[in-house]
Ligand binder design. Sequence first.
Ligand code: AOF
Ligand code: ZN
Length: 347
Amino acid sequence: MAQAIAAARLGAGLTYRNPLVGAVIVKNDRVLAVGHHVGFGHAHAEVDAYQHVTHPEDVIGSTMYVTLEPCSHYGKTPPCAHQLVRWGVKEVYVAQQDPNPLVGGKGIAYLREHGVQIHVGLMETVARQLNRAYNFYYEYQRPLVTVKVAQSLDGKLSLNDGKRTYLTDMVANADVDHLRATQQAILIGSQTAIDDDPRLLVKERVAYPPVRVLLDRRNRVSHTSRLWQTNEAPLWHFVTGKESTKGIEDKDTRRTFKTSEWSIDKVIQTLSDQGVQSVLVEGGAHIQDAFLRVGLVDQLIIYQVPEIFGGRSLASFASRADSMRMRFTPVTIEKCGNATKMAFIRP
Ligand code: AOF
Ligand code: ZN
């Protein structure tokens, strides 16, 4: 199973909304083949492994280790569970049951009904980490929300309001780029779009660049901004107006979502409805604090630079939210360029 988990990781960045999955076929203590889900719309891990077997007849009476329950639905490919039975696989070890209701136990049930010996839960904790957002999305019916903050030692976000202060260095920025590349959506507010004029594109090569979500209720962001002028990644524009939360297609990569009054909950609900499994909240201060206010922070990543700005007038993290006591569990702390990177999750 450890080998199947390692194989699954090879698909990182390529599977989009599909999970990372790995599979190993074993017979008489010998590995016949290893496979993984190589990309969205491509063969599932089980089929990929089967395609790597030298003599298909060897698979009769074999054991398969697979990190996710074999599927039972006709999707972009036929159901893996049916194929396993057809190939003569005798025994299957599954790390994790599929939280996707399309499959959700039906694959396991099918295998059992067809006389395959099936064991569920081997290395489940490690396997689940492969697909944190995927699991979260199906378990909670909404995307996993990560709030990213770059701040000084005294929690200040900028040296002067309305202008961008470069806090993190190139090394830390590359780390942020990687963080963005792992997300299905990146979200900013109109003020940040106006002040920083970012493109929100990732440099890292990814098969599906994250959707750029712009919260722009009053429709203030100019169409000459770099967000509008670039189309390498989709841009979803959230504005106030006559209801159309399904999204109006403007141009190929641009969509407008309208409702009479946006709340953070409604934004997240809309992203859920569109199948978005993870979202990175980049800022600015108002948006971050709005997410804090409604408790929609599943993961918090802080890049803290070793500088003190002082003063009371500058915006600092959480200063625009009501007083609260929101607890987190620390996950990692590491040096990252000029910053100390700290990751926290909600307990
Ligand atoms: C994968 N790769 O190796 C396995 C998956 O979009 P489809 O038709 O390819 O189906 C995607 C679903 O199939 C996915 O959400 C999960 O429930 C199941 N298993 N998917 O992409 C795989 N084993
Ligand atoms: Zn499958």
